[in-house]
Write a protein that binds this ligand. Structure first.
Ligand SMILES: NC(=O)c1ccc[n+]([C@@H]2O[C@H](COP(=O)([O-])OP(=O)(O)OC[C@H]3O[C@@H](n4cnc5c(N)ncnc54)[C@H](OP(=O)(O)O)[C@@H]3O)[C@@H](O)[C@H]2O)c1
Length: 261
């Protein structure tokens, strides 16, 4: 069955790849971008199966655009990144990150839920992260926003069951994918750490090398596995609470749960 689906932050990466797949599967796709400058090229890439427009999730006026789209599914994909030690990161960076990744996604979801209730139901999907389940040292500013989203999704899902108006809530928790997101996160961290940090120059250099090695080793080149999970949540009559990919990360989370971590 064709669904009307909005994906935020669809100008790049997982959001863009999801938009492409949903268009190919015949859905009515609204692909929103962070910046106006991305609109024309994304529209050309996605073709007539999609409507592309600029939606900065932190902008209240932009968010209101979705009220009359008659959405069946909202995919809260837009996010930014910040990393570094909680002992020294400028808390304003963390505050801004919560504004984009958590508060703005929730405000957008509230608008979508209101309109979905009027139409007899729908699905809200939050793109969280594997580090929204497993805390990762030096990634905690980002990790905390994703813990908040994973928890919000689980709680909101139960609230919507109680409401009984056909609103489903799911969370998708990707492992690492080579979209440029993780590299950008680490580049920005080392930029501010090099200007002044509790950690020595040698420690910073070592961290840099370790981060690059870890990313090279862990990041999946293709987003196919995670896009499939987002599509599964989008198309399901009764979507599950949680979707994780790639498989080895889904298994890792289960194992950590069994071990009580
Ligand atoms: N890649 C990974 O390893 C990984 C792992 C776990 C979870 N995730 C999650 O997967 C989702 C997609 O990430 P990705 O890897 O595809 O990275 P990405 O290509 O950077 O996608 C994030 C998108 O969100 C946009 N965005 C940022 N702030 C926004 C705002 N205020 N309003 C609207 N759009 C905004 C970005 O635009 P600009 O670049 O112009 O700011 C970008 O297009 C994110 O939620 C991310 O946290 C990614």
């Amino acid at each position: 069955m064709q669904k009307a689906v909005l994906i935020t932050g669809a100008g790049t990466g997982i959001g863009k790849d999801t938009a492409k797949r949903l268009v190919a599967r015949g859905h009515k796709v609204y692909a929103s971008t962070h910046h106006e400058s991305e609109v024309d090229s994304l529209q050309a890439e996605l073709g007539t199966g999609a409507t592309v427009f600029k939606l900065d999730v932190t902008n209240a006026e932009d968010r209101l655009q979705i009220a009359n789209l008659n959405l069946d599914v909202l995919v809260n994909n837009a996010a930014q990144s910040e990393s570094g030690s909680l002992a020294e990161i400028d808390i304003n960076r963390v505050r801004r990150l919560f504004e984009v990744n958590v508060f703005s996604s929730l405000e957008l979801s509230q608008i979508a839920i209101k309109s979905m209730i009027g139409r007899g139901g729908g699905t809200v999907i939050f793109i969280s992260s594997i580090v929204g389940r497993v805390p990762a040292p030096f990634l905690m500013p980002y990790s905390m926003t994703k813990f908040a989203l994973s928890a919000a999704a689980a709680g909101l899902r139960e609230e919507m069951k109680k409401l009984g108006k056909g609103i489903h809530v799911s969370v998708v928790e990707p492992g690492p994918f080579k979209t440029g997101f993780n590299q950008k996160m680490s580049d920005s961290r080392f930029e501010w750490m090099e200007k002044g940090s509790l950690f020595s120059k040698d420690q910073i250099e070592q961290m840099k090398n370790e981060t690059n090695k870890t990313l090279n080793w862990l990041e999946a080149n293709s987003t196919d596995s995670i896009v499939s999970k987002i599509v599964a949540a989008t198309e399901a009559r009764e979507p599950k609470l949680r979707y994780v990919a790639p498989l080895q990360f889904a298994l890792l989370v289960r194992l950590l749960r069994i071990l009580g971590k």
